[in-house]
Design a protein around this ligand. Structure first.
Ligand code: MN3
Length: 218
C-alpha cells in the first residue's frame, strides 16, 4: 500500500512538473538567516507568499499561452513588449525575486578586486557607489527596484518601476543586472514601516558580494 501510494505520488509530481513550467527556487538560507537586517517574518511572507504568487500567476499565463512555457524566464523578459501586463508583472516578479535572494547572504563578503576596480573607476569609491545606489533606491516613487547593471561594458545604476527589470525591452536602459534591491513596501514594512532609508542601509550588511562579483566577471 505504502509503495503504491509513493508510486502515485511520483506520477502526480511528474504531471505537475509537466504543466507548471516555472517553480519557486530554493531559498539559499533560512528565513531568519538575514536577521537583524531583514527579519524572519518578512522573509517568510516575501518568499512563500509574494514570490510564490508571481510563480503561480506566471504559470496561469503559461496555460493560456503554452509557447511561453518553452522559453526561459530571461528570454521572456527580453521580449516582454510582446506580452500582456500579467506576464510582464509576474515574469518580472519571478525573475527579480530569484535574482534578489541570491544577491543576499548571511555570510560577509567583499567585492572582488576586479569588481572593486570597476566600481572605483565608475563612481569614485565604494562609498560613493553606495550613496548613488541608495539615492536610486530612495527616490524610486512607489514600488520598484534599484539595480547595478553592466551596460556597454560599463557599470550603471538604474531603477525600475513595479516588477520591471533591466532585461526588459520596455525599460529605458537595458543591461546585465549584477545587484538589485527590492524597494516594494512588502520587502521591509513589517520591520521598518515607513523608514525605507533604514532598510536600504541595512541591505549593505547582507549583500552577497561574492555572487555579485561572479555575475560581474562572467
Ligand atoms: Mn518583493
Amino acid at each position: 500500500m505504502y509503495k503504491i501510494n509513493l508510486f502515485l505520488l511520483s506520477l502526480l509530481s511528474v504531471a505537475t512538473l509537466a504543466t507548471a513550467q516555472f517553480s519557486l527556487p530554493v531559498l539559499p538560507y533560512g528565513y531568519d538567516a538575514l536577521e537583524p537586517s531583514i527579519d524572519k517574518q518578512t522573509m517568510e511572507i516575501h518568499y512563500s507568499k509574494h514570490h510564490d504568487a508571481y510563480v503561480k500567476n506566471l504559470n496561469k499565463e503559461v496555460e493560456n499561452l503554452p509557447t511561453l512555457g518553452k522559453l526561459s524566464i530571461e528570454e521572456i523578459c527580453k521580449n516582454i513588449s510582446k506580452y500582456n501586463t500579467a506576464v510582464r508583472n509576474n515574469a518580472g516578479g519571478h525573475y527579480n525575486h530569484s535574482f534578489f535572494w541570491n544577491t543576499l547572504s548571511p555570510v560577509k563578503s567583499e567585492p572582488s578586486p576586479k569588481l572593486l576596480a570597476a566600481i572605483v573607476s565608475s563612481f569614485g569609491s565604494l562609498d560613493k557607489f553606495k550613496e548613488e545606489f541608495n539615492n536610486a533606491a530612495k527616490s524610486r516613487f512607489g514600488s520598484g527596484w534599484a539595480w547595478l547593471i553592466v551596460t556597454e561594458g560599463k557599470l550603471k545604476i538604474i531603477s525600475t518601476a513595479n516588477q520591471d527589470n533591466p532585461l526588459m525591452d520596455v525599460v529605458e536602459v537595458n543591461g546585465k543586472p549584477i545587484l538589485a534591491l527590492d524597494v516594494w513596501e512588502h520587502a521591509y514594512y513589517l520591520k521598518y514601516q515607513n523608514k525605507r532609508v533604514d532598510y536600504i542601509s541595512a541591505f549593505w550588511n547582507i549583500v552577497n558580494w561574492q555572487e555579485v562579483s561572479k555575475r560581474f566577471e562572467n
